[in-house]
Design a protein around this ligand. Structure first.
Ligand code: FAD
Length: 415
């Protein structure tokens, strides 16, 4: 151990780190150039890029709860770019690239850990689909290949290659698969934004949106009305509720999505493993716990309760993949709210209200896109509404013109 680290560890008086925390909240002003609704990763990332790269700092991020306490706090932190469509692959690849540099950018450790992601194919149809995904990924710069059962066995020796009725035929090996500490991501962006003058107001709920002549002029909150030059909604599981306040409907249905975690055990699983056919994915955290997730609940609902149904079905499948897990203890189960679109892609960009911008439709796939969403939303706002090329395919208008970006197959139980 380096001597300086030992000295630091044994020292009672830790050196004061300037800006170690978020600055105390300023008084809520009556007007801002930009109001961002929602302080999840996406909201604070947008504020960060606006302040750092576009010099726009008269910005308020309004959060009804606390920083990063929504889906950002509840997700399983899978980061990957092995999607199916060229539009999706390009977008998520750019996000992974930004994630890789984020600890350096913040000078703050987001615990980014590149471990690779393995998706299992149990049917011939899945093998065909994976082959196509691997090709498209490679074409757009991703590191993804189809591997055979022998290679899978070498990567994950503890995996049961014959889970009941669904033997493992092949795998999609995505070398860029990674995880990061979700609250560190939110805090890194929030600190970077507030240090540059952005105001973060927690416990501030937007209750209504004032639209005059098809432009948003103010938002009403539980702490009073705030005038704004423009507004961005980044409220994940509440997108259609907020859009209704601005006077339009979104093609979204909201479903609970659950996850769970076990007691910690010795490290045995480096890659993230997912099985779309068994509706299950598993990863081991840096602390040794196993995190499990699956598909959204089967009915739309605004509720974040955990269910016994999901626990039974998800764990039954996880134990098929790793039979020895039957002896482990489950420690916690929780849920978030996912805004699902019919093509499993986000809705980003312009809305029917001129200066009201959308960062929505984040379903089960929005953590990995946090950096690229912040970056592109900031470009959109700073240009006064010019939609960056990367997010043009995700406009809400695509649902009127049948230009959907179908990522359903590449999303199932892999998050
Ligand atoms: P959030 O973090 O939800 O932030 C939105 C904020 O808006 C909230 O804090 C909320 O309180 C606030 N808000 C809402 N309404 C108002 C209002 N009226 N006024 C003010 N504030 C308001 N994605 C991945 O990429 N990988 C994964 O592995 C993954 N796993 C997941 C597992 C689970 C169990 C869940 C639930 C989701 C998962 N996701 C995953 C999806 C991911 O969590 C979300 O897409 C992402 O966190 C969305 O980030 P956000 O900043 O847009 O939203």
């Amino acid at each position: 151990m380096p001597f300086s680290l030992l000295k630091y560890g044994l020292n009672k008086d830790y050196p004061f780190e300037k800006h170690a925390d978020l600055p105390a909240p300023a008084e809520l002003k009556s007007s801002y150039d930009v109001v961002i609704i929602g302080a999840g990763g996406h909201g604070v990332a947008t504020a960060y890029y606006l302040a750092k790269y576009h010099g726009i700092t008269n910005v308020a991020v309004l959060e009804k709860g606390y920083l990063g306490g929504g889906n950002t706090a509840r997700n399983t932190a899978v980061i990957r770019s092995n999607y199916l469509t060229p539009e999706g692959v390009k977008f998520y690849t750019e996000s992974v690239r930004l994630f890789e540099g984020l600890s350096n950018e913040f000078d703050f450790n987001i615990m980014y850990s590149k471990r690779g992601q393995l998706t299992l194919a149990h049917t011939d149809a899945a093998v065909r689909g994976f082959r196509q995904r691997a090709e498209i990924n490679r074409h757009y710069g991703g590191k993804t290949e189809l591997i055979d059962p022998q290679q899978i066995k070498e990567l994950v020796p503890t995996l049961n290659m014959n889970p009941g009725h669904l033997p493992v035929l092949a795998g999609l090996w995505h070398m860029d698969g990674a995880t990061a500490r979700h609250d560190a991501v939110a805090w890194g962006y929030a600190k970077g934004a507030t240090q540059r003058g952005v105001e973060l107001h927690q416990l501030t709920e937007v209750t209504d949106i004032v639209v005059t002549n098809n432009r948003v002029t103010a938002v009403k909150t539980n702490r009073g009305t705030i005038q704004c030059g423009c507004a961005i909604q980044a409220v994940a599981g509440h997108s259609s509720l907020l859009a209704a306040k601005a006077g339009f409907r979104m093609p979204i249905q909201s479903y609970p999505l659950q996850a769970m975690v076990t007691q910690p055990v010795k490290p045995f699983l480096d890659p993230l493993v997912s099985s779309p056919s068994l509706h299950c994915y598993v990863q081991q955290t840096g602390r040794g716990e196993l995190v499990f997730g699956g598909g959204s609940d089967p009915y739309p609902l605004y509720n974040t309760r955990s269910t016994m149904d999901l626990k039974e079905s998800l764990l039954a499948h996880a134990i098929e993949l790793f039979p020895f897990m039957a002896n482990m203890r489950l420690m916690r189960q929780w849920a978030g709210l996912t805004d699902m679109t019919s093509d499993y892609s986000p809705i980003m960009g312009l809305s029917p209200v001129e200066n009201y911008y959308l960062d929505a439709g984040w379903g089960t796939w929005g953590f990995k896109s946090t950096p690229i969403c912040g970056k592109t939303m900031a470009e959109l706002v700073s240009s006064g509404g010019k939609v960056p090329e990367l997010i043009q395919p995700f406009s809400m208008a695509r649902f009127d013109s049948f230009r959907q970006v179908n990522e359903m197959g590449a999303t199932a139980a892999s998050h």
